[in-house]
Structure formats: C-alpha cells, structure tokens
Design a protein around this ligand. Structure first.
Ligand SMILES: Cc1cc2nc3c(=O)[nH]c(=O)nc-3n(C[C@H](O)[C@H](O)[C@H](O)COP(=O)(O)OP(=O)(O)OC[C@H]3O[C@@H](n4cnc5c(N)ncnc54)[C@H](O)[C@@H]3O)c2cc1C
Length: 227
C-alpha cells in the first residue's frame, strides 16, 4: 500500500480522463498490471465505496509518474476524483494482475482493445516505444470505439506506429466483429491474442476469434466490469 499525490488531470477523449500520480519509489510493476486506487474521503455517496481498480497506462520505465485513465460515468467515486485538487493524497494498492505479454514472445501478438480497454495496452506500447526493436515480435493493435471522439490516445498510437516497423494500429468505430479482425490480421493461426475492455466487448471479440477457429488457449482476456 502506498500513499501518493495527484500530479495532473487531463481529458484524453470525450468523457475520458487521465490522471497522473507521483510514482512511489518502491512501486514496481509490469506493463499490463493494474492497481487499486483508494480515496481517503468521498465527496459524493457511492454504493461501491471509495476505491476502484484501474489498469496502469504508463510505462514501467517512467519512474516519475503512474497514469490511469477511465470513462467518467459520474459515479460518486469518479465525481470525487474529478474534483480532487492537484496535490491531494490518494492511496494505491498493488500492483496486481497477470495480463502480461510473455518476456520473449516467439509469436506475433494481437492486442484487441474495446474502448477504455486501451489502458493496459498503452503501458505495453509506451514501454516498447522506449526499447530496442530487435528482439520484439510484431504487434497489431485493433482498437474499437463507438466513435472517433471517444477513442483515447489516437495521436500517440499513430505516432508509435509511424516510428516502429513492428507495430500496426487499426481502428474501427462501431463494434468488434469477425470482418474487422480477419481483414486486419495476417497469419492468424500463429498469433497470441490479448483482449481488454468492457465485458460485452471482450465477449464479442472472443466469440469472433473462436468463430474464426482461433485456439482458445491462445486468447487472453481481461474484462473491465462496471460499463
Ligand atoms: C483488472 C481490471 C482493470 C480495470 N481497468 C480499468 C481502467 O483502466 N479504466 C477504467 O475506466 N476502468 C477499469 N476497470 C473497471 C473499473 O474498476 C470500474 O469498475 C469502472 O471504471 C466503472 O466504475 P464506475 O465508478 O464508473 O461505475 P460503478 O458505479 O462502480 O459501477 C457501475 C455499475 O456496474 C456494476 N459493477 C461494477 N463493478 C462490478 C463488478 N466487478 N461486478 C459486477 N458488477 C459491477 C455496479 O454495481 C454498478 O451497477 C478495470 C477493472 C478491472 C477488473
């Protein structure tokens, strides 16, 4: 458990906020992990209390900050967060989770992000943008949002894609379906598949992959409940 402070808040898409906290020196994590964020006091009532779980969106190589992002639904917890002053104290617990890329993946990787499910993948892609390219497999990011305005981090992702021969970013506005996946990814049989997002999006993507004949042992899912 670590006490830390809020450094920055910014909007990264329609109805979507990103918060940066000071990274405690001893807070170590891997790209793909999540934390529990606890507020010392709620300004608004919230049935689920004063904490939520968020994937870490910053790179483990960023020693200064820990970043999370979320859709601002208006829950008492998130209203309190929205009004929290810069410099105010919060508690983070963690890291937790195993939605991690293998250390030396022998296969190409496909990341399927449904909306805010992009957060944990941002951590992986931000880390990759700082590392040597040679030993890395090709990564294809399939990023599905309701609309362009609700798609967080599009510019940053396009920038990463431009700089790397080992990253392909494909966006789709609407729903995740078999056609989008199959037209975006070559050598489907060889890939490792990672899916993250709201439960209905994860289910749709998983269903589409299984309908395409992808071995379920190569599909790794992380659901963000509450959406
Ligand atoms: C591993 C993991 C990583 C996550 N990463 C992110 C992230 O990066 N960004 C992000 O925005 N969200 C993330 N979430 C989801 C996040 O924890 C919140 O549940 C979500 O943001 C909704 O919170 P809320 O305050 O808007 O709504 P809430 O008021 O918490 O919930 C809205 C409705 O959903 C129901 N609900 C909420 N959680 C559950 C549950 N676990 N089971 C059943 N019903 C539930 C509530 O009862 C309520 O009716 C993650 C969740 C997990 C498990």
């Amino acid at each position: 458990m670590f006490k830390t402070t809020l450094l920055e808040r910014r909007q990264v898409a329609e109805g979507t906020l990103e918060l940066a906290f000071k990274r405690p020196e001893k807070f170590a994590f891997h790209a793909g992990q999540y934390l529990q964020l606890r507020l010392p006091k709620l300004l608004y009532r919230d049935r689920r209390g004063a904490s939520r779980v968020f994937s870490i969106a910053s790179s483990p190589a960023d020693k200064e900050r820990i970043i999370v992002a979320y859709r601002d639904t208006g829950s008492g917890f998130k209203q309190t967060l929205r009004e929290s002053r810069i410099g105010s104290e919060v508690i983070i617990e963690g890291p937790h989770g195993f939605h991690l890329l293998p250390r030396q993946p022998a296969r190409p990787v496909v990341l399927i992000a449904g909306g805010i499910g992009i957060t944990s993948f941002m951590s992986m892609l931000r880390l990759n943008a700082e590392r040597d390219e040679v030993a890395r497999p090709h990564i294809t990011l399939l990023y599905v949002n309701r609309s362009q305005r609700s798609a967080a981090y599009l510019d940053e992702l396009k920038h990463f894609e431009k700089k790397s021969a080992r990253l392909t970013v494909k966006t789709n506005f609407g729903i995740i379906d078999e056609k989008f996946i199959s037209t975006s990814v070559k050598n489907k049989d060889q890939c490792l598949w990672y899916i993250a997002g709201p439960p209905f999006m994860v289910e749709s993507a998983q269903g589409a992959l299984e309908a395409m004949g992808v071995d379920s042992g190569r599909i790794y899912c992380e659901e963000f409940p509450g959406y």
